[in-house]
Design a protein around this ligand. Structure first.
Ligand code: SF4
Length: 326
């Protein structure tokens, strides 16, 4: 591990100042410390933000939910408001990592986590994300777990977070605090597709700190859930996943939120699937027809062609689970 300085801060202003001077924020440390040990990352300065007062889950005035950035994954998953208002978030968190990691890792850190592409973590391999301009070993290497949506010639790595898929589906907002003050941005704009700069993964300005993730109010009753398909049942990343939320009134679907994971360079929202569902009555044929739209624009690689059909089936199955069939 390369040498680094360590500062523990106790208020957000102090944190932002230290971040603006080039410090890297650390809270649970479940990703960053691993990457430092593997010499994939070598920050010169760490700013420990784990003591900041960002650990609350609150219902907003409009009936949405605000989850503080330092709420642990385990706390968020078990919180009564998260469980009752947005079970899709609880399920996504509970299907992530191990119980030990969920007790340490935070919601803010979860959406900031870096890809599980094996070449990214192998410092002897070419990787534009780790070392811009060095190439991408996955493009013509073993790319079974890689992305089929949102890829570029520079990078084809998936985003690993399950919770981020739920946040993308629900059209969450990310609250940020920087040297210039606070702002919030749509989740869809927070995580960046690789393009020509896969090393730049979030729309963060220098020194900006995530303070919370806010989920907007949605019409009730709302049924939601998360399905994760993987090679083994626990402690494994998604091959495909689907976050679905549906509001039905008068027997018809009035609101539909759908996003998928394990297939995109960022969590992938599916507006064509959502549009197909609106105003319709749940049925087997509706789920099938809507899920068929999930694979538009996919660009599979040599070893992950199976993901296209797996994606369609994952979406269809989760629509059926959440929406039922009448
Ligand atoms: Fe690096 Fe992205 Fe290529 Fe993986 S897919 S080797 S992270 S550039």
């Amino acid at each position: 591990m390369h040498p680094f300085t360590y500062t523990r801060v106790s208020d957000t202003g102090e944190a932002v100042n230290a971040g603006h001077r080039g410090g890297r924020y650390i809270a649970g440390g479940t990703t960053l410390v691993d990457l430092m040990r593997e010499t994939v990352e070598h920050p010169e300065s760490l700013v420990d933000i784990s003591g900041l007062p960002l650990r609350e889950v609150t219902v907003t005035e409009r009936g949405g939910l605000r989850i503080g950035a330092l709420v642990t994954m385990a706390e968020a998953a078990a919180h009564p408001k998260v469980r009752t208002l947005y079970p899709v978030i609880s399920e996504a968190l509970e299907l992530s990592a191990s119980a030990q990691l969920r007790n340490m890792a935070t919601v803010g850190g979860n959406i900031m986590q870096r890809t599980r592409c094996t070449y990214f973590r192998d410092v002897t391999a070419a990787c534009n994300k780790r070392e811009p301009g060095s190439g991408c070993a996955a493009l013509h290497g073993f790319n079974r777990s890689h992305a089929i949506l949102g890829t570029s010639e520079s990078c084809v790595a998936t985003h690993p977070s399950d919770a981020a898929v739920a946040f993308a589906a629900l059209e969450a907002q990310v609250h940020l605090l920087g040297p210039g003050g606070g702002r919030r941005i749509p989740f869809a704009d927070f995580l960046l597709r690789p393009g020509n700069t896969p090393d730049r993964e979030q729309a963060l300005r220098r020194g900006e700190l995530i303070t919370a993730v806010e989920i907007p109010a949605l019409p009730r009753p709302l049924k939601s859930g998360y399905l994760k398909v993987r090679d083994r049942q626990s402690y494994e990343f998604a091959l495909t996943s689907a976050a679905v939320a549906l509001h039905l009134r008068g027997g018809l679907i009035r609101e539909a939120k759908v996003a998928v994971g394990g297939v995109g360079t960022v969590p992938w929202k599916l507006p064509a699937v959502e549009q197909h569902l609106l105003g319709e009555r749940p049925s087997e044929s509706l789920w099938e027809a809507a899920a068929a739209k999930a694979t538009a624009g996919t660009r599979p690689l040599e070893h992950n062609r199976f993901k296209v059909e797996l994606l369609r089936r994952t979406v269809e199955r989760q629509l059926r689970i959440v929406g039922g069939t009448k």
